[in-house]
Design a protein around this ligand. Structure first.
Ligand code: ATP
Ligand code: MG
Length: 353
């Protein structure tokens, strides 16, 4: 054992708070810690055991057992379209996340643990009550102070833009539960359109396609993995053999699905995104429309990592389009970036109660 004392362990709290960052995504919850970066990415799934009356499965484990559990275990998703749909489940989920991903960092403080200051984001479409639910869920999970920032601002900051500049930037965040098309300028959102059908709805479209075209019933996780493995806007054509339940016999059945099948199944949803983008640009004041044409469109969110997506947007809209660096983590990166300037963060945060 080393005789040199571990000074990190002796770090004193100075009674300042400890910043932790929360992107409560519909599909994935991402948590960051000051000076450490992202410390957790877990599917936003939870499992309740009605026999012991407690939540016992969290994140990836809960998602993996979806559709395979006995009646007394219910797997659910506390978030719906980036809004808390089940408050108690979200509190239980956040408590677990804080315990496993934030507490180990607090353990480095030898004597008094500093209070946790949660910096979280909510979509602009959230009502005051929905924002308050996020604030309360974080407080109930152990955070002392909560600061809420508009998600579009965080995503734009995490996409590398200066959100305080008066040069409008257009960011489309394609996530699991929402597609947020936002023009950000001067520390605020100056134009926005939001669609409630995003990546997770595409899984349903794939299930419908397989059912109607091939007479096969596929589970939710199977459809998601088909989307992840096959969906591409490039020319390359991948193929996968998938097993499900035959609609006719109820017995297992295998079919071949190609990238073009998945594109056909979900393309209506991309048409909706393109239509909303055109509408947003058409209705925007000329200065903003002009800035969008000049700066181009930035794509963020995990769905922005679909191969060839930027080429597809460019072809359809005739506007330069690019996928931002670390697209899937843009929101949480943005929260961490905004918190570097406490005064600026205070100026753009929503009032808390
Ligand atoms: N490699 C991949 N390619 C394409 N889509 C993917 C890939 N991996 C995951 N997805 C899909 O991306 C979606 C999740 O995206 P993301 O993590 O940005 O959502 P989120 O932040 O949880 O949701 P939201 O921001 O809408 O609240 C899911 O629908 C998932 O199936
Ligand atoms: Mg997101």
């Amino acid at each position: 054992m080393s005789i040199i004392p571990n000074f990190r362990r002796l770090r004193l709290p100075f009674f300042s708070s400890f910043n932790a960052f929360f992107d409560l995504g519909t599909t994935v919850t991402r948590i960051g810690v000051q000076d450490r970066g992202i410390v957790m990415r877990e599917p936003s799934y939870i499992g309740y055991n009605s026999k012991v009356k407690d939540y016992i499965f969290f994140g990836q484990e809960a998602k993996t057992i979806l559709g395979k559990t006995p009646d007394f275990i219910q797997i659910s998703r506390p978030m719906s379209h980036a809004i808390i749909a089940d408050f108690d489940a979200e509190v239980a989920f956040l408590r677990h996340c804080i315990e496993t991903s934030i507490k180990p960092y607090l353990a480095e403080y030898a004597f008094i643990k500093p209070p946790i200051h949660a910096i979280a984001s909510t979509p602009s479409i959230a009502t005051e009550i929905e924002r308050k639910a996020v604030e309360e869920s974080l407080q109930k999970s152990g955070c002392t102070q909560v600061t809420i920032v508009d998600r579009a601002l965080a995503t734009a900051a995490g996409s590398g833009f200066n959100v305080f500049s008066h040069e409008p930037q257009f960011v489309i965040d394609i996530g699991g539960g929402l597609v947020e098309m936002s023009v950000v300028s001067g520390g605020g959102v100056v134009a926005q359109k939001v669609l409630k059908q995003a990546g997770d709805n595409m899984n349903k479209l794939i299930a419908n396609y397989a059912y109607l075209k091939h007479g096969i019933v596929l589970g939710e996780n199977t459809c998601e993995s088909l989307k992840i493995k096959l969906l591409s806007f490039d020319e390359n054509e991948e193929k996968i053999v998938v097993r499900g339940k035959s609609l006719e016999t109820g017995l297992p059945k295998s079919i071949n699905l190609k990238s073009s099948d998945i594109r056909e199944a979900i393309i209506s949803q991309f048409h909706a995104i393109l239509d909303s983008t055109r509408e947003l640009i058409e209705n925007a004041p000329p200065e903003i429309a002009d800035a969008i044409f000049k700066q181009g469109i930035a794509l963020a969110g995990k769905m922005a990592t679909i191969p060839g997506i930027e080429k597809y947007f460019h072809q359809e809209l005739k506007i330069d389009t690019f996928v931002v660096e670390h697209a899937a983590d843009a929101t949480i990166h943005g929260l961490m970036r905004l918190a570097k300037d406490q005064e600026a963060l205070y100026n753009i945060s929503s009032p808390t109660y």
